[in-house]
Write a protein of this length. Structure first.
Ligand code: SF4
Ligand code: SF4
Length: 164
């Protein structure tokens, strides 16, 4: 996994133009069974990918924290929401609450998330490859394939399964 993660940004860069063109075509003509196909590809990939061997999303990028996330996590940590925000979060250029730094402060040395059961919605849903109407998140996916080995492989499989 470590070797793959080192190569991933370069591999994603090589595929970027091809993927971009592919998503333009997909957006123009999304197949009726897209959600079904994506769920199948997502499930198959995560059967063979162990996130505990990776944690690259937690190490290199952070989730945004919604108000509901902040309330739920601060309750779990027995902190006042404002204290939680001051301690762990900052406001980014889009006005969203994000982590002050990466790797995420809640990631432990064995790649476990110390707030797993109350983790942000964005963490739970990452890399969003089983999301309904997947063609609508093309820009996000183009970024995620450079971070997430699973997302990279899912998009590669998707291009074979739904060819234009
Ligand atoms: S979601 Fe992707 S980047 Fe995050 S740990 Fe799993 S395989 Fe790695
Ligand atoms: S909150 Fe947990 S799942 Fe989310 S980035 Fe941090 S360690 Fe990873």
């Amino acid at each position: 996994m470590e070797e793959f993660l080192k190569q991933l940004p370069g591999m994603a860069k090589e595929k970027h133009a091809e993927n971009k063109k592919y998503f333009v075509k997909l957006k123009k003509k999304p197949p009726k069974n897209l959600d079904y196909v994506m769920q199948g590809l997502h499930d198959a990939e995560f059967k063979r990918t162990d996130c505990l061997e990776c944690a690259n999303c937690c190490k290199t990028t952070g989730p945004l924290f919604t108000t509901a996330d902040t309330e739920r996590i601060s309750k779990y940590l027995k902190l006042k929401p404002q204290k939680f925000i001051e301690t762990y979060l900052r406001v980014d250029e889009d006005n969203d609450h994000v982590l002050q730094q990466v790797p995420c402060v809640f990631l432990d040395s064995d790649n476990y998330c110390s707030i797993y059961h109350v983790r942000p919605k964005a963490c739970k849903e990452f890399p969003h490859t089983d999301r309904k109407k997947f063609h609508q998140i093309d820009n996000l996916t183009l970024k995620n394939v450079a971070i997430c080995p699973a997302a990279y492989r899912i998009v590669e499989e998707m291009k074979k399964k739904i060819a234009f």
